[in-house]
Design a protein. Sequence first.
Length: 393
Amino acid sequence: MRINRHYGELQDSYLFSTIAHKVAAYQQAHPEAPVIRLGIGDVTRPLCPAVTEALSAAVREMGEKATFRGYGPEQGYDFLREAVREYYGERGIALDLHEIFIRDGAKSDLGNILDLFDTDNTVLVPDPVYPVYVDTNRMAGRQVRYLDASRENGFLPMPEEGVRADLIYLCSPNNPTGAVYSWEQLKAWVEYALEQNAVILFDAAYECFVSEPGLARSIFEVEGAKEVAIEVCSFSKIAGFTGTRCGYTVVPQALAGGKLNKMWLRRQTTKFNGVAYVVQRGAEAVFTDEGMKEIQQNLDYYRANAAVIAAALDEAGVWYCGGKNSPYIWLRCPNEMGSWEFFDWLLEHAHVVGTPGEGFGPCGKGYFRLTAFGDAERTKEAAARIKAALATL
Ligand code: MLT
């Protein structure tokens, strides 16, 4: 037996597990500290009524012999695939039902999709970015090449001449920086991928936060993208499904002559037995008129939180970006502090938990992420404490 030696090349634990352990240790040493967590991007608004009603109805169906369901289609029930298709259709993107695959969230498919690609592919990953892209590739022994994102390029790296790529990860709105690609910028990526014969893995998990014009919510808004891109999306952030688990992946037929779509179906039918019927009914309700209206209220609630955090940082004179088209605020650590140093300092002086930028890649050094997904009152309290703590520096 030989174990996968590539696990030895990873950090000891996943970023958000490391943070959870650090916070637990701090709380054990200071049980009186009123800690507020603005670290992991987990939602706090409950599922909306349209969703909970659909979930309840589906549970009742499962309890009746006439409507009970056993194994479902591995790629998802047609009713949900149809609802996703319409969601894209409203934005002028025509998808075939067979291009839509339902599964349990973005994180798992971002790793699973790598089953379709050889380990000697050259992988380009923007830095900083969601750590799952890098870790899943390293687990398989792939070499990862970083694309540097910085204040100078607005945290939106563009294709570089002379750089080879087979797989390209793009996350827009970006986690952690909140930066969003425009249509023109994505067009340049699509052209580059066509020229390189590469595939873009586009993570659209935060698309619902885009509110400014000219910014893309899907890579398929760009002509030619179906020939080069796979899009991964989730109900976690749009509808509070972080604990309920549901998402979808679009693998176009136009990509690699339909080969990747066929291979993905083969992979899913072999390794996955589908998302629970009840959960898929809940997800379907997100796209109803009522569901859409209700989730907009939740998204506005998070947007208001982002504005509260941003106002506190403005008053404290700290540089930041994000928050407008994304639920994340990305700030420069004050006084040249390192990311982990600021994490400890903020926990100690404001009892607020954030995420060290360095955890998202080397270009995140000296930066820090705060999430707007918290409870509104606690977010106000956290913002006031952050401002007060920064004033002591
Ligand atoms: C984050 O905080 O970056 C996300 O919540 C993590 C995730 O979506 O898995």
